[in-house]
Design a binder for this molecule. Structure first.
Ligand code: AMP
Length: 221
């Protein structure tokens, strides 16, 4: 059975980096709600125009808007492709809508993997994060630097700082996480799919921990 999991946890914990690694290793689709929304904003689509002010402020885009684009993204995958949802769901109503959407397709979520990290480290990692302006790959000038300064290892694109990674917006994003997304821990605990990783460990160790979790899933399915 294809792997179907979500990555939970505050921004800056390495969810995107690990989703990319798992996608390469297991042939999964990595669907990042933040990436999808940034793309819609860049295209100034209907969804993009609805989402723009929230993304810039670091608050949450309305549930109905995000849920619709993410379920549409799932439906675009080739049949039988497993997926990791990165950054979605972010509220209990989103989690409920996802569960219902999966149920309608005859599927269920196998794990919600929570990336745990101390707040102080989190802020440091967010403000030192850089993103490739061409392919979206994420780096960190302190913790995960590119081989050549300011350039993406993969495509050579210029690395930039996301507007919402500046210190003032980061504070709002973390507060939003605590208020609206942290309740998902309880939600998934109750459903027996909650798992954690220590996201402050080096990326290779986090990667190994997630591989262990995903391999365990395929064994039992
Ligand atoms: P991210 O790249 O995951 O940090 O997301 C960047 C921004 O996109 C967030 O600060 C929100 O404004 C918006 N966003 C991403 N995912 C969601 C979601 N599941 N629900 C609501 N807003 C979201």
């Amino acid at each position: 059975m294809p792997i179907r999991v979500v990555f939970l946890g505050p921004p800056g914990t390495g969810k995107g980096t690990q989703a990319r690694r798992m996608s390469e290793r297991f042939g999964l689709a990595a669907l990042s709600s933040g990436d999808v929304l940034r793309q819609e904003i860049a295209e100034q689509s209907h969804v993009g125009r609805q989402a723009q002010s929230y993304v810039q402020e670091g608050t949450l885009v309305p549930d109905s808007v995000v849920t619709a684009v993410m379920l549409a993204g799932i439906d675009k995958l080739r049949s039988g492709t497993g997926f990791i949802l990165d950054g979605f769901p972010r509220t209990v109503p989103q989690a409920e809508a996802l569960a219902e959407g999966l149920r309608q397709r005859g599927w269920r979520l196998q794990a919600a993997i929570d990336f745990q990290m101390d707040d102080r480290l989190l802020i440091e990692r967010l403000v030192t994060r850089r993103v490739c302006s061409r392919c979206g790959r994420t780096y960190n000038i302190r913790f995960l630097p590119p081989k050549a300064e300011g350039r993406c290892d993969g495509c050579g694109g210029a690395l930039v700082q996301r507007v919402d990674d500046r210190e003032d917006v980061v504070a709002t994003r973390l507060a939003t996480y605590r208020q609206q997304t942290a309740p998902l821990i309880e939600y998934y605990l109750h459903r027996g799919v909650y798992q954690t990783v220590d996201a402050s460990a080096p990326a290779e160790r986090v990667e190994a921990a997630i591989v262990g979790i995903l391999m365990g899933l395929s064994d039992t399915e």
